[in-house]
Structures are given as structure tokens and as C-alpha cells.
Design a protein around this ligand. Structure first.
Ligand SMILES: Nc1nc2c(c(=O)[nH]1)N[C@H]1C(S)=C(S)[C@@H](COP(=O)(O)O)O[C@H]1N2
Ligand SMILES: [Mo]
Length: 350
């Protein structure tokens, strides 16, 4: 993982970000009644973003007729429909959004090259329909499921999360999806399910980065979570961003998002989930165990062996305006997730 400088952000992209904010405000107003009703039913015990309501209201009003969202990449009609029914949620980071252009053109997806700009061009024709998900291991309901069967029962919501790469850059993205816990519960994990393992598609015909003889990675890309981490309400299955289905470079059609951990945990284009009783060896751990740990919680107090983790470059960032900010413990989600790691030495379990 090499740090490269991104190009300057054209002003029209910043305009489209503002327009998106406007659309969200509109969506929130129309969703207000429903959100209010569900709040009465479930109470307020779930993870939340502090101060989000008030700061949201403080935002400058943007004319409502300026509407925009992400581009629609090829996706089955049923999925486009399901994604377009997304409702706003109470998971809403306070930070300004990273423009759509940066989110979809500055990527890490080694199956489509190692450069930040590679995935946007090399994944352009990645076919993600049909798609299936295999579920194995310590669960009552295992098997191979179509993407439609996997997604159908889930109401899609928008969650605005901070997203921090181990390479010390970060973004703020309006993801569309649902709680990973809601998906995992459907398979009825047994008491032996202590960890959950995720695998990306392995198909060198469709993923050019897997063809390279010089690739260091032992494909497929593998990630994992402890079961209690996976069941945390912040952990999310993602099917879209900026109002549309996922672009291929961002992990279409289905990816993970774990906002309190370094970006490499948020595995893309998932085809398999395995419940296990043993901690899996993950892709980056296999490559460099002294640099990338299993936990990979965002932590400014534990530096990477080759660079500091105290600060991050918040995109959009340019040479003249690098936009450095302080990195927060657990990426700002400590109130919600720190208790998962009570009593653990975070220097050892990095
Ligand atoms: N299958 C797979 N998943 C992956 C990666 C990858 O190379 N392959 N890169 C990870 C890293 S290092 C980061 S920072 C994020 C980047 O997500 P984004 O491109 O949507 O911003 O994806 C993660 N998921
Ligand atoms: Mo990353």
C-alpha cells in the first residue's frame, strides 16, 4: 500500500456534493414520520452519532431543485429498485461528505490493480449479475443463495460513515445497506461460531489483478471479524452509495463496511461467508503480520511500523490543500465500540 497524491478536485464536483446534501435533507423530511414511529417501538438503545440532529439542522440550506446522486452502473432492475427505496437513518456522521468523484475514482481494490485509479477503469466491465453467496460452517442454515434471496428481506437505509484507510487517508461516504447482524442472524449461527470469515470472488478471467504472476496476494482476498464485532449495529452490508447501487470499483454488488476499523477490513465483492470457531488468517495479515493485524481498529496511539497514524488526509485533498485532520480512536466511534475491547492490550492486538 503506497501513498499517492490525488489530483485537485474540480469545483463542479463540490457542487454535486452540495446538491446531494440537499437531496438527503429532502429524503429525511419525507422519512421523518417513519423514523419517529420506529424510534418509539425500539427505544434508543442502538448505536448513534452524537449531536447529529443539531449539526444537521445547522447546515446551510441548498435550493431544493438541484438534485443529484451517483451514476447508475449496470445492476439488475430489482436491485436498482430496492436500493432506490433507501431511507435515511440515525447513523449519520457530522462531517461533510467526500465528493462522489473521489469516492469512485480513488480506490483500493487489488483484484483490479494496485494503483488508486486502476479499479475505476479496470473494473468498468465487471459483470456482477448473476451473483450468489455461499454460507458455510457453524450455522443452522447454510448453503448457496442468490443475491436476490440474500437481499430481499432487508430494508435499505443510508448511513453516513467516516472511512479511514490504514494508509492515512479518509473519506466520508453515504453508504446504502443494512446491519450485518440482521443478515447473519438469518443463518442461525451456533454457539461454536466465534468468528465470521468473508471471501471475495476469485475469478482471474473477470479480475485482471488476479491474473498477474507477480501478484503478492494469495487469492481470494479474505477478511474476518470476531462474532461480537460482526453483530455490532455499526457493522454494515453495503449495496450502494450516493443513492445508487455500488460501482464495481467500490465492491459491487455486496461489500462490508466496518467504520471503526482500517479500510482493508471492509472487504469487497463478497461471495462467501463462513462461521468458524478459530480466528482466520486474513489477507493483509498473511502479507505482513507485523504491519497489519487481525483487529485493525483505527488507533492514533499505535503507529504503523512505516508511518504515523496520528493524522489523516481527509479527501478531497490536494498538494496545496492536503486537509490533514487528527485521527480519532476507533475512527470517532469509541463511544459505541470501545467496550468490545475492554481489557485488551491494543498495542498487542493492533
Ligand atoms: N476484495 C478486496 N477488498 C478490499 C480491498 C481489496 O484490495 N480487495 N481493499 C481494501 C482497502 S485497503 C480499502 S482502503 C477499501 C477501499 O474501499 P473504497 O475503494 O470503496 O474506498 O477496500 C478494502 N476492501
Ligand atoms: Mo486501505
Amino acid at each position: 500500500m503506497i501513498i499517492k497524491k490525488p489530483s485537485a478536485i474540480p469545483s463542479y464536483e463540490i457542487t454535486s456534493e452540495r446538491a446531494y446534501l440537499n437531496r438527503r435533507q429532502f429524503m429525511r423530511r419525507s422519512g421523518q414520520f417513519i423514523l419517529g414511529a420506529s424510534a418509539v417501538l425500539v427505544g434508543c438503545g442502538e448505536a448513534d452519532e452524537p449531536n447529529s440532529q443539531t449539526s444537521e439542522q445547522k447546515r446551510i440550506a441548498i435550493p431544493e431543485k438541484v438534485l443529484t446522486a451517483g451514476k447508475q452502473y449496470p445492476a439488475p432492475t430489482w436491485l436498482q429498485k430496492q436500493v432506490s427505496s433507501a431511507r435515511p437513518s440515525h447513523f449519520r456522521a457530522d462531517d461533510p461528505l467526500t465528493p462522489y468523484q473521489d469516492v469512485t475514482s480513488y480506490n483500493n481494490f487489488y483484484e483490479f490493480g494496485t494503483g488508486k485509479k486502476d479499479p475505476a477503469s479496470l473494473a468498468k466491465n465487471f459483470v456482477t449479475d448473476p451473483w450468489s453467496l455461499t454460507v458455510e460452517g457453524e450455522a443452522e442454515k447454510t448453503g448457496k443463495f442468490t443475491l436476490e434471496d440474500i437481499l430481499k428481506p432487508h430494508a435499505i437505509e443510508e448511513r453516513i460513515y467516516r472511512f479511514r484507510c490504514v494508509e492515512a487517508w479518509s473519506m466520508v461516504v453515504p453508504w446504502l445497506g443494512f446491519s450485518l447482524a440482521d443478515l447473519l442472524r438469518r443463518f442461525q449461527p451456533t454457539s461454536k461460531a466465534k468468528y465470521v470469515l468473508f471471501e471475495t470472488l476469485h475469478d482471474p478471467k473477470r479480475m485482471i489483478g488476479q491474473r498477474s504472476q507477480f501478484s503478492l496476494i494469495d487469492w481470494p482476498y479474505i477478511e474476518g471479524l470476531r462474532i461480537d464485532e460482526a453483530m455490532h449495529p455499526l457493522a454494515m452490508m453495503v449495496v450502494g452509495l450516493y443513492g445508487k447501487t455500488l460501482p464495481p470499483q467500490n465492491g459491487a454488488p455486496l461489500r462490508l463496511m466496518v467504520p471503526w476499523k482500517y479500510g482493508f477490513k471492509s472487504i469487497k465483492s463478497i461471495v462467501k461467508i463462513t462461521f468458524t470457531d478459530m480466528q482466520p488468517k486474513t489477507t493483509w495479515q498473511n502479507l505482513a503480520p507485523n504491519e497489519y493485524g487481525f483487529y485493525a481498529n483505527v488507533n492514533p496511539a499505535v503507529d504503523h511500523p512505516r508511518w504515523s497514524q496520528k493524522r489523516e488526509r481527509r479527501l478531497p485533498s490536494s498538494l496545496f490543500s492536503p486537509n490533514y485532520i487528527d485521527t480519532m480512536p476507533f475512527n470517532g466511534y469509541a463511544d459505541q465500540v470501545a467496550s468490545l475491547y475492554k481489557g485488551m492490550n491494543l498495542n498487542k492486538y493492533f
